[in-house]
Design a protein around this ligand. Structure first.
Ligand code: SAH
Ligand code: SF4
Length: 385
């Protein structure tokens, strides 16, 4: 097995070059070819010595993920499903806005956290993604979009780890992937523009603060332990108080001076005025000084097995109003890509269905899977749901 160069941050690639008997600085050239130019063929890398290219050909490769499908929404949102083997499919979503291009990435196939309102949680856990599989989503999307839009400079300005999986449960693979995103020789994203979203893996929040303090989003969803225990079972291990203390510690290192709290709005469950009031008291009083934060209210994306219902727009507005009047910024997440099921929590259900179809189709499905190397817009099959 040859090495997948998407598995390495620059330090790892330098160590790999040394193992090949090459100078470490060669890694920078190689890194730029792969990530800045989207190259995967060593023969394309014209400023590398022929001897190095020959060594690379026998010892390394750049492993793209086979694209199962691409769906493009009327609003420009694009969702890709990638095959990661053994019937597992993950997704990435590109969300274009006037001033930015955001890519939402997956960190695991499935998720073990079992949050009640999340279809990835209902699907269960298959496995952690490798660094290469996390980076491959960005590598593919960035270079695909550049070609599609005819742009030579960066298209993706923001990355959010809000796809499938709990990124902090896959810390070992996540960390080098974050370093690739931030590296000026690769994607050069600023720490403020890379967001890790977590359901609250407290020890790993502390590690991230030390190792790579990017922007942090915490999936809160409840203003008290009893309700959060029910909605986010991880709360039984790390209580609200443990979690908020970790947030306060993180803020000392964070690139932003607030934590974003995500709050999935569930009809009659966590969306009542008393929940908002309790949330205000918690955030004002916690730790004596309160928690500097913003709220992102996410209308629940329903799926049948959940038995839950989306809050009414009136309930969401009233909830936001209570937070706003108490001086907190609270935004309601716009639903993007609704027509392609690209919104939070809808993705895994879709994947699961596809996987079942895939099982039925057996070998036929494998033929449908298509490795896109190099990313080429013309090669992709566009489907409408
Ligand atoms: N595991 C991480 C990141 C992935 S989930 C986390 O939980 O933070 C990204 C966001 O989508 C989280 O805030 C999650 O709570 C939210 N989410 C999950 N399922 C949802 C659903 N059905 N409707 C709305 N938001 C959902
Ligand atoms: Fe996992 Fe996040 Fe879904 Fe919870 S909300 S089950 S942590 S992906």
């Amino acid at each position: 097995m040859t090495a997948n160069l998407l598995d390495y941050d620059l330090e790892g690639l330098a160590a790999f070059c040394e193992r090949l008997g090459e100078k470490r600085f060669r890694a920078t050239q190689l890194f730029r070819w792969i990530h800045q130019k989207g190259a995967h063929d060593f023969d394309q890398m014209s400023d590398l010595a022929k001897s190095l290219r020959e060594k690379l050909k026998v010892s390394a490769h750049v492993q793209a993920l086979p694209v199962v499908s691409q769906h493009e929404s009327a609003d420009g949102t694009i969702k890709w499903l990638f095959d990661v083997g053994d019937g597992n499919v993950i997704e990435s979503v590109f969300i274009p806005e006037a001033d930015r291009g955001t890519l939402c990435l997956s960190s695991q196939a499935g998720c073990a956290m079992g949050c009640r309102f999340c279809s990835t949680g209902h699907q269960g856990f298959s496995r952690n993604l490798t660094t290469g599989e996390i980076v491959a989503q960005l590598w593919f999307a960035e270079h695909f979009l550049r070609k599609k839009l005819g742009r030579s400079e960066r298209v993706i300005s923001n990355v959010v780890m809000m796809g499938m999986g709990e990124p902090l449960q896959n810390y070992g693979a996540l960390l080098p992937a974050l370093r690739v995103m931030l590296d000026d020789h690769a994607y050069g994203l600023s720490r403020r523009r890379v967001t890790v979203s977590t359901s609250g893996v407290v020890p790993k929040i502390d590690l991230l603060a030390q190792d790579c303090p990017v922007a942090l989003a915490v999936s809160l969803h409840a203003p008290n332990d009893a309700l959060r225990d029910h909605l986010v079972p991880l709360n039984l291990k790390y209580s609200l108080s443990d979690l908020l203390n970790a947030c306060l510690r993180y803020l000392k290192h964070a690139p932003r001076d607030f934590i974003t709290f995500e709050y999935c709005m569930l009809d009659g469950v966590n969306d009542q005025p008393e929940h908002a009031e309790q949330l205000v008291r918690l955030m004002r009083e916690f730790g004596g000084t309160g928690v500097p934060c913003k709220f992102n209210l996410i209308p629940f994306n329903p799926f049948p097995a959940s038995g839950l219902v989306r809050s009414t727009p009136a309930a969401v507005a009233a909830f936001a109003q209570i937070l706003n009047s108490a001086g907190f910024v609270a935004t309601v997440r716009k639903t993007r890509g609704d027509d392609i099921d690209a919104a939070c929590g809808q993705l895994a259900g879709d994947v699961k269905d596809r996987t079942r179809v895939g099982e039925r189709m057996g070998a036929q499905r494998r033929i449908m899977l298509k490795a896109i190397v190099p990313p080429n817009p013309g090669d992709l099959k566009h489907e409408t749901i």
